[in-house]
Design a protein around this ligand. Structure first.
Ligand code: UDP
Length: 365
């Protein structure tokens, strides 16, 4: 039986530091908990997406435990959450057995979001063994918690399970083209194994599971030193440094603003679906890295110089989600246009790194 009282609500307000925006919840209202004794655990809750998810859950009146080892999380993400009613932070690494601060509350836990894992290529490749174990052992620990608690479990998997895809756009049925020996394998194969564990728990009735495959996500609360393309390009442009394009810039990605991603995750957690299939969460608007540079240049309102760097090993040539399943099952699709999201993100980074942003461009965007 559900431990929580359910309240149906409409839109989600997703704050983004100085650039708070209100994003409509779309046609299908999200049903989320309100005012019960139930606890939601957010593993990786101090990270980029996790911190937005924690904030959105707190805004809905949830009691949450944010579990994070602070390996790649920014302290300021956490500071913005600490002190809010219903928020508890527990510093722990999911690779280790879960601490008593979690297990002693098992009876009250009824939702577990697992976002724990470094997600930017430079970060997840810095300690590949730990990255793999975070996905595999960490997911195992959290699934066992879900089983003991009778909680619903949501794994944030990744478009990286499709590798360098031969099928385009990527539907969930596509099994992927992943190297199990290359430098990205620690992340890709870790997430694939985590999915395997989650679906085995689901199939055998040990836990109710959901698996979200997140495509590239961006927005406020990213680490300026994350090494990902959106944060790199914006921070470089703001600082009048050359922007780095890896390879010839013809590779594509599809960028989803973080409030849309969080909306998708919350819908998936609360949706009345059987959870036996993964669901892509991403923005199907596909652009090349070269085009992203031009958009950033326009939004930041500065001329940029470009420096080319070698394309990283196994860098996927193209990526775009097919989101038909998310539309059908969750009533979800992204609402924030890429230029709007980039403008919010640029404004946030400008504040964060203390660089003035060209006002006309920022307001016009
Ligand atoms: N990239 C780039 N310049 C940068 C950082 C990344 O051209 O400063 C490229 C990278 O090679 C990849 C794409 O941008 O093709 C997206 O990279 P990111 O690290 O953001 O995420 P990925 O989708 O590769 O995990």
């Amino acid at each position: 039986m559900s431990k929580r009282k359910e309240t149906s609500m409409g839109g989600i307000t997703v704050p983004g530091g100085g650039a708070a925006i209100t994003v409509p919840g779309g046609s299908a209202a999200i049903t989320v908990p309100g005012g019960s004794a139930a606890i939601t655990v957010v593993a990786g809750g101090a990270g980029f997406i996790g911190s937005h998810l924690c904030r959105a859950l707190l805004d809905k009146g949830c009691e949450i435990i944010c579990l994070d080892n602070l390996q790649t999380a920014r302290a300021s993400n956490l500071r913005a959450l600490e002190g809010r009613p219903g928020f508890t932070f527990v510093r722990a690494d999911v690779v280790q057995p879960l601490p008593a601060a979690i297990t002693e509350r098992t009876a009250r836990i009824d939702r577990i979001y697992n976002l724990a894992c470094p997600a930017s290529p430079p970060h997840y490749q810095a300690d590949p063994e730990h990255t793999l174990l975070t996905s595999v052992v960490g997911t195992h620990h959290l699934l066992r918690l879900a089983e003991a608690a009778g909680a619903r479990f949501l794994l944030t998997s990744t478009s990286e399970v499709y590798g360098d895809p031969e099928v385009h756009p990527q539907q969930e049925e596509y099994r992927g083209s992943v190297s199990c020996t290359g430098p990205r394998a620690c992340y890709d194969e870790g997430k694939r194994a985590a999915e395997t564990l989650a679906f085995d728990y689901g199939r055998s009735g040990r836990a109710e599971v959901r698996v979200a495959r997140l495509f590239n996500t961006y927005g406020p609360n990213m680490d300026p030193d994350d090494g990902r393309v959106v944060s790199n390009l914006i921070c470089q442009a703001l600082a009048d440094r050359p922007v780095t394009i890896y390879g010839d810039g013809s590779q594509t990605r599809s960028f989803c603003y973080v409030s849309d991603t969080v909306d998708g995750l919350m819908r998936m957690m609360e949706a009345d679906i059987d959870g036996s299939e993964p669901i892509n969460i991403g923005n199907p608007v596909e652009i090349t890295v070269n085009e992203l540079v031009q958009r950033v240049r326009r939004i930041v309102g500065r001329e940029v110089t470009v420096v080319h760097r070698p394309l990283p090993v196994d860098d996927p040539r193209r990526r775009r989600p097919d989101i038909a399943r998310a539309r059908a099952l969750l009533g979800w699709s992204p609402k924030v246009a890429v230029d709007t999201g980039l403008a919010h993100t640029a404004r946030w980074f400008a504040e964060e790194i203390g660089v003035p942003l060209h006002l006309a461009a920022a307001q016009a965007a």
